[in-house]
Write a protein that binds this ligand. Structure first.
Ligand code: CA2
Length: 149
């Protein structure tokens, strides 16, 4: 049974911590990755952490996750609000899918209120800052009998 969790990040998140700290905080994506790896090790989960600015790369990783992952945690960033390609790819995954947003998208502009991904997500986290990734991992561990959680 797989204990691999894919953590996927969409466009511009490579610049996390470099602007709009009042919205997204000061942590850079490498800090988020390090935190996820530390928590993953604690929970007995193997973490595959990726970021891309290209929709097709995220789709390809979701296809990989379909074969190899026990769960997917995804912050699709702006693709959340318009990518049917990412929705369709996630639809083909049978494992738990947790959608994470660093900011509380519901408190922000109207166009951020709709998510294509939420329709297929097991759960959605928004507004917990970068800590949301760890919370999502801990939740995933509770869903997976092969994890220590
Ligand atoms: O709150 C989130 O995590 C978002 O998914 C972040 C996306 C935004 O389009 C979504 O509506 C909500 C934006 C990611 C931009 O990444 C940053 C780049 C530089 C500094 C801070 C964030």
């Amino acid at each position: 049974m797989s204990n691999t969790v894919f953590i996927l990040n969409g466009p511009n998140l490579n610049l996390l911590g470099k602007r709009e700290p009042h919205i997204y905080g000061h942590e850079i994506l490498a800090d988020v990755e390090a935190d996820c790896r530390r928590v993953g090790a604690e929970l007995g989960l193997d973490i595959r952490f990726h970021q891309s600015n290209r929709e097709y790369e995220l789709v390809d990783w979701i296809h990989e996750a379909r074969e190899a992952a026990a769960a997917v945690i995804i912050n699709p960033a702006a693709f959340t609000h318009y990518s049917i390609a990412i929705l369709d790819a996630l639809k083909m995954c049978d494992c738990p899918i947790i959608e994470v947003h660093i900011s509380n998208v519901h408190q922000r502009e109207e166009f951020r209120h709709h998510s294509y991904v939420s329709a297929v997500a097991t759960g959605v986290m928004a507004g917990f800052g970068t800590h949301g990734y760890q919370l999502a991992l801990r939740h995933v561990a509770r869903l997976l009998p092969q994890a220590i959680g």
